[in-house]
Design a protein around this ligand. Sequence first.
Ligand SMILES: NC(=O)c1ccc[n+]([C@@H]2O[C@H](COP(=O)([O-])OP(=O)(O)OC[C@H]3O[C@@H](n4cnc5c(N)ncnc54)[C@H](O)[C@@H]3O)[C@@H](O)[C@H]2O)c1
Length: 254
Amino acid sequence: MSDIKYSTPNEVAGKVALITGAASGIGKAIALLLHARGAKVIAEDINPEVQALARPGLVPLVADITQDGAAERAVALAIEQFGRLDILVNNAGIIINKLVIDMTREDWERIQAVNATAAFLHSREAVKAMLPNKSGSIVNIASYASYFAFPTIAAYTASKGALAQLTRTLALEVIGHGIRVNAVGVGDVVTNILNNVVDDGPAFLAQHGEAAPIGRAAQPEEIAEVVAFIASDRASFMVGSVVMADGGMTVTAG
Ligand SMILES: NC(=O)c1ccc[n+]([C@@H]2O[C@H](COP(=O)([O-])OP(=O)(O)OC[C@H]3O[C@@H](n4cnc5c(N)ncnc54)[C@H](O)[C@@H]3O)[C@@H](O)[C@H]2O)c1
């Protein structure tokens, strides 16, 4: 592609993006990075703190992504505010640490609802909005837990495995319409995701990340950089990929 601008990281200028889970951590970093690079952004989160992101070209939406109609309302807001939808980032995610033998059906279903079902619903509605444009990019925030496991995270690993397979299958269904679907398999990132699971979630993740070959956990902005590229037209040949951004965690044999 002769018109690629190698030196200018403005790859999403003029695009309209919807990001779920944008009040905190990786989603917040993605929303701010895409906005800084010229995208118009709808930042959706169940946490009202997402409203602090409001600024010209960045519209917060307080919503539970698992509720009936939430995906429809989020996509409609993008079109109402900015006229179209080019990018969806299914980022919102939650985790519990419980052995399967201790897990309730409600525990299991809540994790699937946020991490997998809401991603399906938002993807379905986003694709409907993207089809007339014959273009679009969906980026799912997967995990090393899409492939690997340890005791107590069965609900989470099942949901992230589902998200990886949703990525591949939807990619095949919509690439003929110019819409690309990919995922980023994230390693340990210093965020609030474990705050309901351990005493100091960010500190736990920072320490856990030291076991990765890179010797540390990521900051959310490092994941946002990968998402910005995959979301953009510069990633034009990426279809159905689950790209690892995990400091080498899934590469090492020991
Ligand atoms: N932090 C890590 O080490 C790590 C590792 C692998 C994958 N991930 C994935 O990265 C993504 C982002 O997580 P994070 O680490 O930034 O966590 P985080 O807790 O900082 O952010 C997650 C956001 O999702 C929002 N959210 C949760 N349930 C929601 C709902 N029903 N409706 C709307 N918003 C909802 C939360 O309010 C929060 O703002 C998740 O999908 C997570 O599984 C994180």
